[in-house]
Ligand binder design. Structure first.
Ligand code: NOJ
Length: 573
Protein backbone atom coordinates (compact mmCIF):
# COMPACT_ATOMS: atom_id res chain seq x y z
CA UNK A 1 0.00 0.00 0.00
CA UNK A 2 1.11 3.48 -0.67
CA UNK A 3 2.82 5.33 2.12
CA UNK A 4 2.30 8.99 1.40
CA UNK A 5 3.66 11.62 3.73
CA UNK A 6 2.18 15.06 4.15
CA UNK A 7 4.43 16.88 1.69
CA UNK A 8 3.77 14.44 -1.09
CA UNK A 9 0.34 15.60 -2.13
CA UNK A 10 1.85 16.48 -5.46
CA UNK A 11 3.19 13.00 -5.90
CA UNK A 12 -0.28 11.62 -5.23
CA UNK A 13 -1.66 13.87 -7.91
CA UNK A 14 1.04 13.25 -10.49
CA UNK A 15 1.32 9.47 -10.31
CA UNK A 16 -0.87 7.82 -12.84
CA UNK A 17 0.52 4.35 -12.30
CA UNK A 18 -1.18 2.48 -9.52
CA UNK A 19 -0.89 -0.82 -11.26
CA UNK A 20 0.35 -3.19 -8.62
CA UNK A 21 0.67 -5.98 -11.11
CA UNK A 22 1.43 -9.62 -10.53
CA UNK A 23 5.18 -10.05 -9.96
CA UNK A 24 5.69 -11.51 -13.43
CA UNK A 25 3.87 -8.57 -15.05
CA UNK A 26 5.74 -5.68 -13.48
CA UNK A 27 6.48 -2.91 -16.01
CA UNK A 28 10.24 -3.03 -15.53
CA UNK A 29 10.52 -6.64 -16.68
CA UNK A 30 10.44 -5.70 -20.35
CA UNK A 31 10.74 -1.90 -20.28
CA UNK A 32 12.81 0.11 -22.73
CA UNK A 33 14.61 2.60 -20.51
CA UNK A 34 16.23 5.74 -21.90
CA UNK A 35 19.19 7.14 -20.00
CA UNK A 36 19.23 10.91 -19.76
CA UNK A 37 22.51 12.52 -18.83
CA UNK A 38 20.97 15.81 -17.66
CA UNK A 39 24.08 17.91 -18.27
CA UNK A 40 23.95 17.08 -21.97
CA UNK A 41 20.37 16.32 -22.90
CA UNK A 42 18.65 19.69 -23.35
CA UNK A 43 19.40 23.14 -21.98
CA UNK A 44 16.25 25.24 -21.46
CA UNK A 45 17.83 28.34 -19.91
CA UNK A 46 20.69 28.78 -22.37
CA UNK A 47 23.54 28.57 -19.86
CA UNK A 48 25.28 25.81 -21.81
CA UNK A 49 24.34 23.11 -19.29
CA UNK A 50 21.35 20.80 -19.70
CA UNK A 51 18.60 21.09 -17.09
CA UNK A 52 15.35 19.58 -15.86
CA UNK A 53 13.19 22.07 -17.76
CA UNK A 54 15.10 20.93 -20.85
CA UNK A 55 14.12 17.34 -20.09
CA UNK A 56 10.47 18.38 -19.77
CA UNK A 57 10.67 20.18 -23.11
CA UNK A 58 11.78 16.99 -24.87
CA UNK A 59 9.39 14.47 -23.32
CA UNK A 60 7.22 14.44 -26.44
CA UNK A 61 10.28 13.34 -28.41
CA UNK A 62 10.85 10.47 -25.97
CA UNK A 63 7.21 9.46 -26.04
CA UNK A 64 7.33 9.43 -29.82
CA UNK A 65 10.50 7.39 -29.73
CA UNK A 66 8.51 4.73 -27.90
CA UNK A 67 10.45 4.26 -24.68
CA UNK A 68 8.72 3.18 -21.47
CA UNK A 69 10.86 4.97 -18.91
CA UNK A 70 13.66 7.45 -18.42
CA UNK A 71 16.58 7.20 -16.02
CA UNK A 72 18.21 10.47 -15.07
CA UNK A 73 21.84 10.61 -13.99
CA UNK A 74 22.32 12.81 -10.88
CA UNK A 75 20.87 16.32 -10.78
CA UNK A 76 21.27 16.81 -7.01
CA UNK A 77 23.16 19.58 -5.27
CA UNK A 78 26.79 18.94 -5.99
CA UNK A 79 30.07 20.76 -6.56
CA UNK A 80 30.23 18.64 -9.78
CA UNK A 81 33.67 17.19 -9.09
CA UNK A 82 32.45 13.99 -10.78
CA UNK A 83 29.63 15.44 -12.88
CA UNK A 84 27.15 15.13 -10.02
CA UNK A 85 28.18 11.68 -8.75
CA UNK A 86 29.48 13.67 -5.79
CA UNK A 87 26.27 14.57 -3.97
CA UNK A 88 26.25 17.39 -1.42
CA UNK A 89 22.50 17.24 -0.75
CA UNK A 90 20.47 14.16 -1.68
CA UNK A 91 17.19 15.99 -1.21
CA UNK A 92 17.66 18.99 -3.46
CA UNK A 93 18.23 19.84 -7.11
CA UNK A 94 21.45 21.64 -8.01
CA UNK A 95 20.70 25.18 -9.27
CA UNK A 96 22.56 24.17 -12.45
CA UNK A 97 19.62 21.91 -13.26
CA UNK A 98 16.73 23.88 -11.74
CA UNK A 99 14.89 23.25 -8.51
CA UNK A 100 12.52 20.77 -6.88
CA UNK A 101 9.51 22.40 -8.54
CA UNK A 102 11.15 21.78 -11.94
CA UNK A 103 11.66 18.18 -10.90
CA UNK A 104 8.02 17.77 -9.86
CA UNK A 105 6.89 19.34 -13.10
CA UNK A 106 9.11 17.05 -15.15
CA UNK A 107 7.92 13.99 -13.22
CA UNK A 108 4.25 14.88 -13.63
CA UNK A 109 4.74 15.61 -17.34
CA UNK A 110 6.55 12.28 -17.83
CA UNK A 111 3.85 10.35 -15.99
CA UNK A 112 1.16 12.13 -17.98
CA UNK A 113 2.83 10.71 -21.10
CA UNK A 114 3.02 7.21 -19.68
CA UNK A 115 6.75 7.45 -19.04
CA UNK A 116 8.18 6.10 -15.78
CA UNK A 117 11.00 7.97 -14.10
CA UNK A 118 14.08 6.43 -12.48
CA UNK A 119 16.55 8.59 -10.59
CA UNK A 120 20.15 7.90 -9.66
CA UNK A 121 21.09 7.10 -6.07
CA UNK A 122 24.73 7.46 -5.03
CA UNK A 123 25.07 5.59 -1.72
CA UNK A 124 28.76 4.60 -1.73
CA UNK A 125 30.12 8.10 -1.19
CA UNK A 126 28.99 11.67 -0.71
CA UNK A 127 30.63 14.88 -1.82
CA UNK A 128 33.25 16.29 0.52
CA UNK A 129 30.90 19.28 0.62
CA UNK A 130 28.04 17.22 2.09
CA UNK A 131 27.16 18.55 5.56
CA UNK A 132 28.14 15.23 7.14
CA UNK A 133 31.67 15.40 5.77
CA UNK A 134 32.07 19.06 6.64
CA UNK A 135 30.97 18.18 10.18
CA UNK A 136 33.33 15.19 10.28
CA UNK A 137 36.31 17.33 9.34
CA UNK A 138 35.51 19.79 12.11
CA UNK A 139 34.95 17.00 14.64
CA UNK A 140 37.66 15.30 16.67
CA UNK A 141 39.25 12.05 15.58
CA UNK A 142 37.18 9.10 16.80
CA UNK A 143 34.01 11.19 17.13
CA UNK A 144 30.55 10.04 16.05
CA UNK A 145 30.65 12.54 13.17
CA UNK A 146 33.74 10.80 11.78
CA UNK A 147 32.12 7.37 12.14
CA UNK A 148 29.88 8.15 9.15
CA UNK A 149 32.93 7.90 6.89
CA UNK A 150 36.04 5.72 6.82
CA UNK A 151 38.77 7.58 8.69
CA UNK A 152 41.91 5.74 9.77
CA UNK A 153 45.31 6.55 11.22
CA UNK A 154 48.13 6.23 8.72
CA UNK A 155 50.86 3.60 8.82
CA UNK A 156 54.54 4.37 9.36
CA UNK A 157 56.23 6.02 12.32
CA UNK A 158 54.28 9.26 11.98
CA UNK A 159 51.22 7.95 10.20
CA UNK A 160 52.66 9.26 6.99
CA UNK A 161 51.71 6.19 4.92
CA UNK A 162 48.14 5.48 3.81
CA UNK A 163 46.26 2.93 5.96
CA UNK A 164 46.38 0.37 3.14
CA UNK A 165 47.45 0.07 -0.48
CA UNK A 166 44.07 0.58 -2.18
CA UNK A 167 44.10 2.66 -5.31
CA UNK A 168 41.36 5.00 -6.46
CA UNK A 169 39.37 3.82 -9.48
CA UNK A 170 40.20 7.21 -10.99
CA UNK A 171 43.95 6.80 -10.36
CA UNK A 172 46.26 7.54 -7.44
CA UNK A 173 45.82 6.54 -3.79
CA UNK A 174 42.35 5.83 -2.47
CA UNK A 175 43.27 7.71 0.72
CA UNK A 176 43.78 11.41 1.42
CA UNK A 177 45.40 12.74 4.57
CA UNK A 178 43.87 15.58 6.54
CA UNK A 179 45.56 18.48 8.21
CA UNK A 180 44.48 19.22 11.78
CA UNK A 181 43.42 22.76 12.80
CA UNK A 182 46.85 23.21 14.42
CA UNK A 183 48.53 22.50 11.09
CA UNK A 184 49.83 19.03 11.95
CA UNK A 185 49.00 16.07 9.73
CA UNK A 186 45.99 14.06 10.86
CA UNK A 187 44.01 11.00 9.84
CA UNK A 188 43.35 9.66 6.39
CA UNK A 189 39.94 9.12 4.77
CA UNK A 190 39.00 6.57 2.12
CA UNK A 191 37.72 7.52 -1.31
CA UNK A 192 37.43 4.77 -3.90
CA UNK A 193 36.86 7.50 -6.48
CA UNK A 194 37.95 11.14 -6.37
CA UNK A 195 39.25 12.72 -3.15
CA UNK A 196 36.11 14.86 -3.28
CA UNK A 197 34.02 11.66 -2.96
CA UNK A 198 34.62 10.27 0.56
CA UNK A 199 33.26 6.74 1.06
CA UNK A 200 30.46 6.36 3.57
CA UNK A 201 30.83 3.88 6.42
CA UNK A 202 28.10 1.30 5.89
CA UNK A 203 28.99 -0.35 9.22
CA UNK A 204 27.20 2.62 10.78
CA UNK A 205 23.40 2.23 11.22
CA UNK A 206 23.01 5.98 10.84
CA UNK A 207 24.16 5.67 7.22
CA UNK A 208 21.54 2.98 6.56
CA UNK A 209 18.80 5.10 8.12
CA UNK A 210 19.78 8.18 6.14
CA UNK A 211 19.88 6.42 2.77
CA UNK A 212 16.51 4.77 3.43
CA UNK A 213 15.13 8.22 4.25
CA UNK A 214 16.54 9.48 0.94
CA UNK A 215 14.80 6.61 -0.88
CA UNK A 216 11.53 7.58 0.78
CA UNK A 217 12.01 11.25 -0.04
CA UNK A 218 12.01 10.47 -3.78
CA UNK A 219 9.47 7.64 -3.57
CA UNK A 220 7.09 10.04 -1.84
CA UNK A 221 7.60 12.49 -4.67
CA UNK A 222 6.54 9.73 -7.04
CA UNK A 223 9.64 8.31 -8.72
CA UNK A 224 9.34 4.82 -10.14
CA UNK A 225 12.78 3.59 -9.27
CA UNK A 226 16.46 4.12 -8.61
CA UNK A 227 19.61 3.28 -10.46
CA UNK A 228 22.02 2.40 -7.66
CA UNK A 229 25.53 3.73 -8.25
CA UNK A 230 28.47 1.44 -7.36
CA UNK A 231 25.98 -1.01 -5.87
CA UNK A 232 28.80 -3.49 -5.26
CA UNK A 233 30.98 -1.09 -3.29
CA UNK A 234 29.17 -0.11 -0.12
CA UNK A 235 30.57 -2.74 2.23
CA UNK A 236 34.33 -3.21 2.61
CA UNK A 237 36.09 -6.35 3.87
CA UNK A 238 36.76 -6.36 7.59
CA UNK A 239 40.07 -4.83 8.54
CA UNK A 240 40.44 -3.17 5.11
CA UNK A 241 43.17 -5.63 4.05
CA UNK A 242 45.83 -4.72 1.48
CA UNK A 243 45.14 -6.05 -1.99
CA UNK A 244 47.51 -6.73 -4.83
CA UNK A 245 44.93 -6.76 -7.63
CA UNK A 246 43.71 -4.05 -9.94
CA UNK A 247 40.22 -2.58 -10.00
CA UNK A 248 38.61 -0.75 -12.88
CA UNK A 249 35.17 0.76 -12.90
CA UNK A 250 34.02 -0.97 -16.01
CA UNK A 251 36.03 -4.11 -16.56
CA UNK A 252 35.88 -5.38 -13.00
CA UNK A 253 38.72 -6.59 -10.85
CA UNK A 254 41.67 -8.82 -11.53
CA UNK A 255 44.50 -10.30 -9.49
CA UNK A 256 47.46 -11.87 -11.28
CA UNK A 257 45.54 -11.62 -14.55
CA UNK A 258 42.60 -13.58 -13.14
CA UNK A 259 39.14 -12.24 -12.26
CA UNK A 260 39.07 -11.54 -8.55
CA UNK A 261 36.94 -10.10 -5.79
CA UNK A 262 38.53 -6.98 -4.35
CA UNK A 263 38.15 -6.31 -0.60
CA UNK A 264 36.15 -3.19 -1.42
CA UNK A 265 33.75 -4.64 -3.99
CA UNK A 266 31.04 -7.31 -4.07
CA UNK A 267 31.26 -8.16 -0.38
CA UNK A 268 28.51 -10.35 1.03
CA UNK A 269 27.24 -7.57 3.31
CA UNK A 270 25.89 -5.46 0.44
CA UNK A 271 23.01 -7.87 -0.09
CA UNK A 272 21.56 -7.22 3.33
CA UNK A 273 21.29 -3.54 2.39
CA UNK A 274 19.30 -4.33 -0.75
CA UNK A 275 17.02 -6.70 1.11
CA UNK A 276 16.16 -3.79 3.40
CA UNK A 277 15.60 -1.45 0.44
CA UNK A 278 13.40 -4.04 -1.24
CA UNK A 279 11.12 -3.82 1.80
CA UNK A 280 11.05 -0.02 1.64
CA UNK A 281 9.97 -0.11 -2.02
CA UNK A 282 7.29 -2.69 -1.27
CA UNK A 283 5.57 -0.16 1.00
CA UNK A 284 4.78 1.87 -2.12
CA UNK A 285 2.37 1.15 -4.93
CA UNK A 286 3.19 0.83 -8.60
CA UNK A 287 6.03 -1.70 -8.92
CA UNK A 288 8.86 0.62 -7.95
CA UNK A 289 12.26 -0.76 -8.84
CA UNK A 290 16.01 -0.71 -8.20
CA UNK A 291 18.63 -1.34 -10.86
CA UNK A 292 22.14 -2.19 -9.77
CA UNK A 293 25.24 -0.73 -11.29
CA UNK A 294 27.54 -3.52 -10.17
CA UNK A 295 30.60 -4.06 -12.31
CA UNK A 296 31.24 -7.58 -11.07
CA UNK A 297 32.03 -10.75 -12.93
CA UNK A 298 30.99 -13.32 -13.88
CA UNK A 299 27.28 -12.72 -14.52
CA UNK A 300 26.44 -15.32 -11.86
CA UNK A 301 27.69 -12.79 -9.29
CA UNK A 302 25.72 -9.94 -10.87
CA UNK A 303 22.45 -11.83 -10.61
CA UNK A 304 22.93 -12.21 -6.86
CA UNK A 305 21.87 -8.53 -6.72
CA UNK A 306 18.52 -9.38 -8.30
CA UNK A 307 17.41 -12.29 -6.21
CA UNK A 308 13.69 -12.12 -5.42
CA UNK A 309 14.11 -10.13 -2.21
CA UNK A 310 16.79 -7.69 -3.44
CA UNK A 311 16.84 -5.43 -6.49
CA UNK A 312 14.72 -5.82 -9.60
CA UNK A 313 17.34 -5.31 -12.33
CA UNK A 314 21.11 -5.17 -12.74
CA UNK A 315 22.98 -3.82 -15.73
CA UNK A 316 24.29 -6.62 -17.87
CA UNK A 317 27.87 -5.60 -18.47
CA UNK A 318 28.93 -8.89 -20.06
CA UNK A 319 26.73 -7.97 -23.02
CA UNK A 320 28.13 -4.43 -23.08
CA UNK A 321 31.70 -5.70 -23.08
CA UNK A 322 31.11 -8.35 -25.78
CA UNK A 323 31.76 -5.81 -28.53
CA UNK A 324 31.05 -6.61 -32.16
CA UNK A 325 31.78 -10.34 -32.31
CA UNK A 326 29.21 -13.07 -32.99
CA UNK A 327 30.66 -15.63 -30.61
CA UNK A 328 31.15 -13.20 -27.75
CA UNK A 329 27.68 -11.73 -28.20
CA UNK A 330 25.98 -15.11 -28.44
CA UNK A 331 27.77 -16.37 -25.37
CA UNK A 332 26.88 -13.21 -23.44
CA UNK A 333 23.23 -13.73 -24.37
CA UNK A 334 23.30 -17.40 -23.40
CA UNK A 335 25.09 -16.75 -20.12
CA UNK A 336 22.80 -13.85 -19.22
CA UNK A 337 19.58 -15.68 -19.91
CA UNK A 338 20.73 -18.75 -17.98
CA UNK A 339 21.93 -16.65 -15.05
CA UNK A 340 18.76 -14.58 -14.70
CA UNK A 341 16.58 -17.64 -15.05
CA UNK A 342 18.21 -19.05 -11.95
CA UNK A 343 16.94 -16.09 -9.90
CA UNK A 344 13.63 -15.48 -11.72
CA UNK A 345 14.58 -11.96 -12.82
CA UNK A 346 14.55 -10.42 -16.29
CA UNK A 347 17.80 -9.72 -18.08
CA UNK A 348 18.84 -6.21 -19.07
CA UNK A 349 20.63 -5.27 -22.27
CA UNK A 350 22.84 -2.23 -22.54
CA UNK A 351 25.54 -1.19 -24.99
CA UNK A 352 26.62 2.28 -23.87
CA UNK A 353 26.29 4.70 -20.99
CA UNK A 354 27.98 7.84 -19.67
CA UNK A 355 31.02 5.81 -18.52
CA UNK A 356 31.83 4.02 -21.77
CA UNK A 357 33.05 5.00 -25.21
CA UNK A 358 29.90 5.02 -27.33
CA UNK A 359 29.44 1.63 -29.01
CA UNK A 360 28.95 3.34 -32.38
CA UNK A 361 32.58 4.36 -32.09
CA UNK A 362 33.94 1.19 -30.41
CA UNK A 363 32.47 -0.92 -33.22
CA UNK A 364 34.35 1.18 -35.80
CA UNK A 365 37.80 0.51 -34.32
CA UNK A 366 40.23 -2.06 -35.75
CA UNK A 367 39.40 -4.24 -32.73
CA UNK A 368 35.62 -3.91 -32.34
CA UNK A 369 35.76 -5.88 -29.08
CA UNK A 370 38.20 -3.44 -27.50
CA UNK A 371 37.20 -1.23 -24.62
CA UNK A 372 39.25 1.98 -24.60
CA UNK A 373 38.89 4.37 -21.67
CA UNK A 374 38.12 7.35 -23.84
CA UNK A 375 39.68 8.24 -27.19
CA UNK A 376 41.85 11.27 -27.91
CA UNK A 377 43.01 12.80 -31.19
CA UNK A 378 46.37 11.02 -30.78
CA UNK A 379 44.73 7.61 -30.67
CA UNK A 380 43.24 5.41 -33.38
CA UNK A 381 40.19 7.10 -34.90
CA UNK A 382 37.14 4.99 -35.74
CA UNK A 383 35.72 4.19 -39.15
CA UNK A 384 32.54 6.17 -38.50
CA UNK A 385 30.40 4.62 -41.24
CA UNK A 386 31.39 1.07 -40.26
CA UNK A 387 30.72 1.80 -36.59
CA UNK A 388 27.32 3.23 -37.41
CA UNK A 389 26.33 0.25 -39.56
CA UNK A 390 27.29 -2.11 -36.75
CA UNK A 391 25.59 0.00 -34.09
CA UNK A 392 22.35 -0.10 -36.08
CA UNK A 393 22.65 -3.86 -36.53
CA UNK A 394 23.39 -4.36 -32.84
CA UNK A 395 20.27 -2.35 -31.97
CA UNK A 396 18.20 -4.90 -33.88
CA UNK A 397 19.76 -7.67 -31.79
CA UNK A 398 19.40 -5.85 -28.48
CA UNK A 399 15.80 -4.79 -28.96
CA UNK A 400 14.71 -8.29 -29.97
CA UNK A 401 16.02 -9.86 -26.78
CA UNK A 402 13.62 -10.71 -23.97
CA UNK A 403 13.98 -8.51 -20.90
CA UNK A 404 14.57 -4.82 -20.41
CA UNK A 405 16.67 -2.75 -22.81
CA UNK A 406 18.54 0.46 -22.15
CA UNK A 407 19.22 3.28 -24.60
CA UNK A 408 21.87 5.87 -23.79
CA UNK A 409 20.82 9.31 -25.02
CA UNK A 410 21.97 9.73 -28.60
CA UNK A 411 22.06 5.97 -29.37
CA UNK A 412 18.83 6.55 -31.26
CA UNK A 413 20.62 9.12 -33.44
CA UNK A 414 23.59 6.80 -34.07
CA UNK A 415 25.70 9.40 -32.31
CA UNK A 416 29.44 8.71 -32.20
CA UNK A 417 31.91 9.53 -29.44
CA UNK A 418 33.71 12.88 -29.62
CA UNK A 419 37.18 11.45 -30.21
CA UNK A 420 39.19 14.66 -30.57
CA UNK A 421 38.26 16.71 -27.50
CA UNK A 422 41.24 18.87 -26.54
CA UNK A 423 42.81 18.20 -23.15
CA UNK A 424 41.94 21.65 -21.82
CA UNK A 425 38.18 21.06 -21.99
CA UNK A 426 38.24 17.61 -20.41
CA UNK A 427 36.46 17.41 -17.08
CA UNK A 428 36.52 13.75 -16.09
CA UNK A 429 38.43 13.46 -12.80
CA UNK A 430 40.01 10.26 -14.15
CA UNK A 431 41.81 12.35 -16.79
CA UNK A 432 43.28 14.69 -14.18
CA UNK A 433 44.08 11.99 -11.61
CA UNK A 434 46.02 9.91 -14.15
CA UNK A 435 47.78 12.98 -15.58
CA UNK A 436 46.04 12.33 -18.89
CA UNK A 437 47.08 8.67 -19.14
CA UNK A 438 43.42 7.79 -19.05
CA UNK A 439 41.58 9.90 -21.63
CA UNK A 440 38.36 9.59 -19.68
CA UNK A 441 34.66 9.72 -20.28
CA UNK A 442 34.02 13.24 -21.61
CA UNK A 443 33.77 12.06 -25.21
CA UNK A 444 30.50 10.20 -24.60
CA UNK A 445 29.00 13.08 -22.59
CA UNK A 446 28.88 15.77 -25.26
CA UNK A 447 25.59 17.74 -25.55
CA UNK A 448 23.07 16.29 -27.99
CA UNK A 449 22.51 17.81 -31.44
CA UNK A 450 18.81 18.58 -31.74
CA UNK A 451 19.06 20.64 -34.92
CA UNK A 452 21.57 20.72 -37.76
CA UNK A 453 21.72 24.52 -37.73
CA UNK A 454 22.11 27.17 -35.10
CA UNK A 455 23.96 27.71 -31.87
CA UNK A 456 24.97 24.56 -30.03
CA UNK A 457 23.00 22.56 -32.62
CA UNK A 458 19.73 23.23 -30.84
CA UNK A 459 21.00 21.94 -27.49
CA UNK A 460 20.11 25.26 -25.88
CA UNK A 461 16.62 25.29 -27.36
CA UNK A 462 15.27 28.64 -28.40
CA UNK A 463 17.66 30.75 -26.31
CA UNK A 464 18.61 33.80 -28.37
CA UNK A 465 22.28 33.92 -27.41
CA UNK A 466 23.11 30.74 -25.53
CA UNK A 467 26.39 30.20 -23.73
CA UNK A 468 28.84 27.68 -25.19
CA UNK A 469 27.83 24.13 -24.29
CA UNK A 470 29.81 22.79 -21.31
CA UNK A 471 31.63 20.45 -23.70
CA UNK A 472 32.12 21.41 -27.34
CA UNK A 473 30.27 19.39 -29.98
CA UNK A 474 32.30 18.04 -32.91
CA UNK A 475 31.40 19.37 -36.35
CA UNK A 476 30.14 15.96 -37.39
CA UNK A 477 27.28 16.17 -34.87
CA UNK A 478 25.32 18.38 -37.29
CA UNK A 479 24.90 15.33 -39.54
CA UNK A 480 23.31 13.37 -36.70
CA UNK A 481 20.90 16.11 -35.58
CA UNK A 482 17.45 14.92 -34.53
CA UNK A 483 15.65 17.36 -36.84
CA UNK A 484 17.48 15.99 -39.89
CA UNK A 485 16.55 12.44 -38.97
CA UNK A 486 12.96 13.15 -37.98
CA UNK A 487 10.72 11.78 -40.71
CA UNK A 488 13.69 10.84 -42.91
CA UNK A 489 13.27 7.28 -44.19
CA UNK A 490 16.26 5.13 -43.31
CA UNK A 491 17.54 7.45 -40.59
CA UNK A 492 18.69 5.88 -37.35
CA UNK A 493 15.97 7.76 -35.46
CA UNK A 494 13.25 6.35 -37.71
CA UNK A 495 14.82 2.89 -37.43
CA UNK A 496 14.59 3.13 -33.63
CA UNK A 497 11.00 4.39 -33.71
CA UNK A 498 9.86 1.55 -35.91
CA UNK A 499 11.91 -0.98 -33.96
CA UNK A 500 10.43 0.06 -30.61
CA UNK A 501 6.90 0.06 -32.04
CA UNK A 502 7.39 -3.47 -33.41
CA UNK A 503 9.05 -4.64 -30.21
CA UNK A 504 6.03 -3.43 -28.29
CA UNK A 505 3.45 -4.79 -30.76
CA UNK A 506 5.10 -8.22 -30.82
CA UNK A 507 5.77 -8.16 -27.04
CA UNK A 508 9.39 -9.13 -27.65
CA UNK A 509 10.48 -7.91 -24.22
CA UNK A 510 8.19 -10.47 -22.62
CA UNK A 511 9.02 -13.17 -25.16
CA UNK A 512 11.35 -16.15 -25.22
CA UNK A 513 14.54 -16.51 -27.18
CA UNK A 514 14.97 -19.65 -29.27
CA UNK A 515 18.22 -20.30 -31.14
CA UNK A 516 16.81 -21.37 -34.48
CA UNK A 517 19.92 -23.06 -35.90
CA UNK A 518 19.72 -21.16 -39.20
CA UNK A 519 23.29 -20.00 -38.66
CA UNK A 520 26.06 -20.49 -36.14
CA UNK A 521 28.03 -17.78 -34.30
CA UNK A 522 31.19 -19.66 -35.26
CA UNK A 523 30.35 -18.68 -38.85
CA UNK A 524 29.99 -15.07 -37.77
CA UNK A 525 26.20 -15.02 -38.00
CA UNK A 526 23.74 -14.80 -35.13
CA UNK A 527 20.23 -16.05 -35.62
CA UNK A 528 17.39 -16.51 -33.17
CA UNK A 529 13.62 -16.35 -32.90
CA UNK A 530 11.52 -14.45 -30.43
CA UNK A 531 7.85 -15.24 -30.97
CA UNK A 532 7.00 -14.62 -34.63
CA UNK A 533 10.17 -12.61 -35.23
CA UNK A 534 13.37 -14.14 -36.61
CA UNK A 535 16.54 -12.10 -36.14
CA UNK A 536 19.58 -12.61 -38.36
CA UNK A 537 22.70 -10.48 -37.83
CA UNK A 538 25.85 -10.78 -39.88
CA UNK A 539 29.06 -10.13 -37.90
CA UNK A 540 31.16 -12.00 -40.47
CA UNK A 541 32.94 -11.03 -43.64
CA UNK A 542 30.80 -12.99 -46.13
CA UNK A 543 27.22 -12.33 -47.21
CA UNK A 544 24.56 -14.93 -46.34
CA UNK A 545 21.18 -15.68 -47.90
CA UNK A 546 18.07 -14.77 -45.95
CA UNK A 547 15.79 -17.74 -45.26
CA UNK A 548 13.10 -18.18 -47.92
CA UNK A 549 9.43 -17.63 -47.17
CA UNK A 550 9.87 -14.88 -44.62
CA UNK A 551 9.09 -11.19 -44.96
CA UNK A 552 11.53 -8.50 -43.90
CA UNK A 553 9.99 -6.44 -41.08
CA UNK A 554 12.98 -4.27 -40.33
CA UNK A 555 16.51 -3.97 -41.57
CA UNK A 556 19.51 -2.07 -40.25
CA UNK A 557 20.77 -1.18 -43.75
CA UNK A 558 18.85 0.10 -46.77
CA UNK A 559 19.68 -3.04 -48.75
CA UNK A 560 16.53 -4.46 -50.34
CA UNK A 561 17.98 -7.76 -51.56
CA UNK A 562 17.58 -11.24 -50.05
CA UNK A 563 21.27 -11.31 -49.23
CA UNK A 564 22.46 -10.16 -45.85
CA UNK A 565 25.79 -8.37 -46.21
CA UNK A 566 28.37 -8.14 -43.40
CA UNK A 567 27.37 -5.64 -40.66
CA UNK A 568 23.67 -5.87 -41.55
CA UNK A 569 20.82 -7.29 -39.48
CA UNK A 570 17.15 -8.03 -40.13
CA UNK A 571 13.93 -8.84 -38.36
CA UNK A 572 11.89 -11.30 -40.42
CA UNK A 573 8.47 -12.78 -40.08
C1 NOJ B 1 29.57 5.06 -11.56
C2 NOJ B 1 29.04 6.23 -12.32
O1 NOJ B 1 28.32 5.77 -13.43
C3 NOJ B 1 30.22 7.07 -12.69
O2 NOJ B 1 29.91 8.06 -13.61
C4 NOJ B 1 30.82 7.63 -11.43
O3 NOJ B 1 31.99 8.34 -11.74
C5 NOJ B 1 31.17 6.53 -10.44
N1 NOJ B 1 30.15 5.53 -10.33
C6 NOJ B 1 31.40 7.10 -9.07
O4 NOJ B 1 30.18 7.55 -8.54
Amino acid sequence: MSQITSDSALATRSREFDDDSAPDQAWWRDAVIYQIYPRSFADANGDGMGDLAGVTSRLDYLQQLGVDAIWLSPFYRSPQADAGYDVADYRDVDPLFGNLADFDEMLAAAHARGLRVIVDLVPNHTSDEHEWFVEALAAPEGSAARERYIFRDGKGEHGELPPNNWQSIFGGDAWTRLTRPDGTAGQWYLHLFDSKQPDLNWENPEVHAEMEAVLRFWLDRGVDGFRVDVAHGLVKAEGLPDWSGAAAMVEGQTEGGEKAIAPFFDQEGVHEIYRAWNKVLKEYDGDRMLVAEAWVEPIERIVRYIRADEMQQAFNFEFLLAGWDAERVSSAIRNSLAAVEAVGAPSTWVLSNHDTVRHTTRFGLSDPTGFPKGISAEEEQPDEALGLARARASALIKMALPGSSYIYQGDELGLPEHTTLPAEVRQDPAFARTAGKETGRDGCRVPLPWSSQGAALGFSGSSAAPAQPWLPQPESFARYAADLQDGTPGSTLELYRRMLALRSAEKLGAGTLVWNGLHQPTDGVLSFDNGPVTVVANFGSAAVELPAGKTVLLRSSDDASRTLAPNDAVWLR
